[in-house]
Design a binder for this molecule. Structure first.
Ligand SMILES: O=C(O)CCC(=O)C(=O)O
Ligand SMILES: [Fe+2]
Length: 309
C-alpha cells in the first residue's frame, strides 16, 4: 500500500475547507465595512473575550469531504491490500476466518457493507432478548443526550435525529448472561475476522439500543468521518449490529435503511437497501462510509451494536 495516500482527518477537513472557499463569507477588504465601534480599547485584555464560533454542521462537513474523495475509496485504504499479493498468498492461500465468509469481507471492501445470518446460536439470542427486556423494565436504558449516564456524550450532536434509548455495555464485566456471550462473540471471532482484513487501532465500543414502538426512529446519519489514517484511534471504522427481535416480519417496520450512492469519483451508482432487523442478523458496514437510518417500528426493537476502531 502507498502510505503517502494516507491522511489525517484534520488535514482532509482543511483541504476540503480550502477547496470550498467560495462558500465561506468574504472578509471585508475595505475598512469602511468594519463596524464603526472597531476601535483600539486599551482595557480589552482585561475583559473576558467572548468569541462567537460558527459550528459547522456534521452533515455539511461530510458533504464537503465526500466532494473531495469518495468515502469508500478512503476506507478501502484501511484494508490490508498486501494480502492480495502473490507473495502473501505463497505463505497462506486462504484467509483464516473464524465466523465470516470471504464474501462478507469482499462486500465490505467493494460496497462498504455486508450482512451475515446464523452466526450466533438461537438460545443465546433468545436469552439476550429476554435480558434486554428485563433491563428495560428496570429502567436501565437512558436517552443518549443525558450526559450523566452517557460516557460518550457529544454536545454537538443533533439529538432530534434519534429517539432510541441506550445502555453502554462493558465487555470487561464478564458474567453468565447471554448478552455477555454475544459480546464475547463480537470481541472474539468477529473482531478477529475483521482485523484479518482491516487495520484496527482502537478500543471497541458496545451499546444496546431500544426503539419504542411507533415513537422511535433514527434519521439518516453516518457513524463516523471517513478515515484512512492507520494511527487514528478515535474514529469508528466498522459498525457491527446484531438484532434481537424474534418473530419480526414485514409490516413490523424498524428496518435499517442503507443509503446508496450516486455515481461519482469513478465508483458506480448503488441503490438504497432495506434490511429487516431479524433475530441474529449481523449487519456490518464501514462507519465512515454508509449513510443509514432506522424506520419507525410497531413493536419493541432491540439492537446490540459494536463500533470497532
Ligand atoms: O439499529 C440499527 O439498525 C442502527 C442504529 C444506528 O444507526 C446507530 O445506533 O448509530
Ligand atoms: Fe448509526
Amino acid at each position: 500500500m502507498d502510505t503517502n495516500t494516507n491522511d489525517s482527518l484534520e488535514s482532509r477537513i482543511l483541504r476540503a475547507a480550502a477547496a470550498n472557499h467560495a462558500d465561506l463569507p468574504e472578509f471585508p477588504d475595505d475598512k469602511s465595512d468594519l463596524p464603526s465601534d472597531y476601535e483600539y480599547d486599551p482595557n480589552a485584555d482585561e475583559e473576558e473575550e467572548v468569541e462567537e464560533v460558527e459550528e459547522i454542521d456534521e452533515n455539511d462537513l461530510l458533504e464537503y469531504l465526500d466532494q473531495q474523495e469518495h468515502p469508500l475509496t478512503i476506507a478501502q485504504r484501511l484494508f490490508y491490500h498486501e494480502l492480495n499479493t502473490v507473495e502473501s498468498q505463497k505463505h497462506s492461500s486462504s484467509w483464516d476466518l473464524k465466523c465470516l465468509q470471504p464474501k462478507n469481507l469482499e462486500e465490505l471492501y467493494s460496497q462498504g457493507w455486508t450482512i451475515a445470518d446464523g452466526l450466533i446460536d438461537l438460545e443465546t439470542l433468545k436469552g439476550a432478548r429476554k435480558e434486554a427486556e428485563d433491563m428495560l423494565a428496570k429502567g436501565a436504558f437512558c436517552h443518549p443526550c443525558n450526559p450523566d449516564n452517557d460516557e460518550s456524550f457529544d454536545p454537538y450532536r443533533d439529538e432530534n435525529a434519534r429517539d432510541d434509548t441506550i445502555v453502554w455495555l462493558n465487555p470487561a464485566k464478564r458474567d453468565e448472561t447471554d448478552i455477555s456471550r454475544i459480546l464475547e462473540f463480537f470481541e472474539g471471532p468477529l473482531h478477529h475476522d475483521i482485523a484479518e482484513m482491516i487495520r484496527l487501532n482502537g478500543k471497541t465500543e458496545y451499546q444496546l439500543a431500544h426503539y419504542h414502538p411507533k415513537e422511535a426512529h433514527y434519521e439518516r446519519h453516518r457513524d463516523a468521518f471517513p478515515v484512512d489514517d492507520p494511527n487514528d484511534t478515535h474514529q469508528r471504522r466498522v459498525t457491527a449490529i446484531v438484532y434481537l427481535n424474534p418473530g419480526w416480519s414485514h409490516g413490523d417496520g424498524g428496518e435499517l435503511k442503507l443509503f446508496g450512492q450516486l455515481e461519482k469519483h469513478g465508483l458506480r451508482e448503488s441503490a438504497d437497501r432495506i434490511v429487516q432487523p431479524l433475530l441474529g442478523r449481523v449487519v456490518l458496514f464501514m462507519s465512515g462510509v454508509v449513510d443509514h437510518a432506522v424506520m419507525n417500528a410497531t413493536k419493541d426493537r432491540f439492537a446490540l451494536t459494536a463500533w470497532l476502531r
